[in-house]
Design a binder for this molecule. Structure first.
Ligand SMILES: [Cu+2]
Length: 366
C-alpha cells in the first residue's frame, strides 16, 4: 500500500519528546483512551481535550477508501500505517500540554484539505502547576478568515478529447482493487472512458474566475466558446458552483484551490493520473450550440492542473504528473441530471487548453 503516499521519516522529534517526559512521573498512569473515526471527509475524536501523558488513539476507518491518522504538534509528528476501510489501528503517544493538529495524511494532505482535520487540546492534570487556561480554545476558524480567488485564462493548443480506450489499464488495476462497489463502474470507463488518447485539435477561448470562500459560499464566473471537430459552435456560460455530491466525487465542496488528487491519492477517480491542481470545481452552466440554448443545467468540471499530455499528439504522458507545470486547463461539460446526452461524440464535451495562465489573489470581502 505504500504507493498511496510516501511515508516520511518523522519519528525523531516524537521519540525525543517521549524520552524527556518519561523521567518525570513517579507513578505510571494508564493511558488516556481516545477513539478516532475516519471517513470521507472528516476525522472525529471521542475527546477534544485530554490530560497530558500517555494517550492511546484507537483509530477506525468507517469510510470507503483507505485513510491514515496523524498527530502533529509540540514537536511530535506521528502517524499510523494506512488503515483499510472497516479496519482499525492504535497509536500510543506521550503528549505534553498544548494544541495538536489531528488529520489524515493520505494523498500529500489532499484528504486533510477535503476536511479530514481536527484539533486536540492537551492540558495539565489538575493539581499540577499551570492551569489549563489557554489550551481549550479552538484556533480561530480558518475558513472564516480565508478568502481566495483565482483567475485563469486558457492558452496554448486547444484540443478536444473524444471517447476511446483508457490508456492506463495495467497501472490502474491495483488502485481499482480498493474501490469495492465502485469498481465495476470505473472498469467500464477503462474501455471507453473520457480520458482517451483520441484527441483532435480545435479552436476556442475560455476564461474563468473562481472564489474559495468556504464550503457553501464559493462562486464562479466565466465563459467558454469553442468550435468542435464536427464544426459545431459551442458556448458555455458558468452560472454557479455545484456543492452537492456527484457520482465518484463525494463531498466535493465547491471550489478547491491547490490540491494533489486523482490516481494514487485515493481522492476522486483513480482512473486518471495523479496531478496537482491550482483550482478544481464542479459547477452548473448555460450551454448553447450554434446559438441555440441546449440546457441551463449543464454539469461543468473545471480544473487547472499539472500538464498530463505531451506536445505533438497530446497523448496522456504520465501516471504521476504531479510534478509537471500547472498549465493544463480542462473543461468538461456533461448533461444535467436526468437530461439527454449532449449531441457530441460520447455525449460529452471535454476540451483542454494546454498552456494556460493563472493568478491567485486575496480579494476584499464583499
Ligand atoms: Cu484519508
Amino acid at each position: 500500500m505504500s504507493y498511496l503516499h510516501a511515508v516520511p521519516v518523522r519519528n525523531a522529534a516524537g521519540l525525543l519528546a517521549a524520552v524527556a517526559l518519561a523521567g518525570t512521573p513517579t507513578r505510571v498512569p494508564s493511558p488516556v483512551a481516545v477513539r478516532a473515526t475516519l471517513s470521507e471527509w472528516k476525522v472525529e475524536l471521542s475527546e477534544r481535550t485530554v490530560v497530558a501523558g500517555a494517550v492511546t488513539f484507537t483509530v477506525t476507518n468507517a469510510g470507503s477508501i483507505p485513510h491514515a491518522f496523524e498527530v502533529e504538534g509540540q514537536g511530535i509528528e506521528r502517524e499510523t500505517d494506512v488503515v483499510q476501510p472497516g479496519s482499525s489501528a492504535t497509536l500510543t503517544l506521550t503528549l505534553k500540554p498544548g494544541a495538536y493538529d489531528v488529520y489524515c495524511p493520505v494523498g500529500d494532505d489532499s484528504h486533510k484539505k477535503l476536511g479530514m482535520e481536527t484539533h486536540l487540546s492537551v492540558v495539565r492534570a489538575a493539581g499540577t502547576a499551570a492551569s489549563s487556561m489557554g489550551y481549550d480554545a479552538e484556533p480561530m476558524s480558518r475558513s472564516s478568515a480565508k478568502m481566495q480567488a483565482i483567475r485563469v485564462s486558457g492558452g496554448g493548443p486547444v484540443i478536444q478529447i473524444l471517447p476511446g480506450p483508457f490508456p492506463f489499464p495495467d497501472s490502474a488495476a491495483p488502485i481499482l482493487q480498493q474501490f469495492g462497489d465502485e469498481r465495476e463502474g470505473l472498469e467500464s470507463q477503462v474501455k471507453n472512458g473520457p480520458y482517451s488518447n483520441n484527441v483532435v485539435p480545435i479552436t476556442g477561448a475560455f476564461a474563468v474566475t473562481a472564489w474559495d470562500k468556504g464550503a457553501v459560499r464559493d462562486s464562479v464566473d466565466g465563459s467558454a466558446e469553442f468550435s468542435t471537430q464536427d464544426g459545431a459552435r459551442w458556448k458555455l456560460v458558468l452560472d454557479r458552483v455545484q456543492t452537492k455530491d456527484v457520482p465518484h466525487h463525494p463531498r466535493f465542496g465547491g471550489v478547491i484551490l491547490g490540491l494533489y488528487y486523482h490516481g494514487r491519492t485515493a481522492v476522486h477517480t483513480p482512473l486518471v493520473p495523479t496531478i496537482n491542481s491550482a483550482v478544481a470545481l464542479w459547477g452548473v452552466g448555460h450551454l448553447y450550440k450554434n446559438g441555440a440554448l441546449v440546457t441551463d443545467n449543464a454539469m461543468v468540471h473545471v480544473m487547472l492542473l499539472s500538464r498530463t499530455r505531451r506536445d505533438g499528439d497530446f497523448a496522456l504522458a504520465c501516471w504521476d504528473c504531479s510534478k509537471n507545470k500547472v498549465e493544463e486547463l480542462q473543461l468538461q461539460i456533461l448533461p444535467g441530471p436526468g437530461e439527454p446526452k449532449l449531441d457530441a461524440p460520447g455525449g460529452f464535451l471535454f476540451v483542454n487548453w494546454e498552456a494556460s495562465k493563472a493568478d491567485t489573489y486575496s480579494p476584499q470581502p464583499r
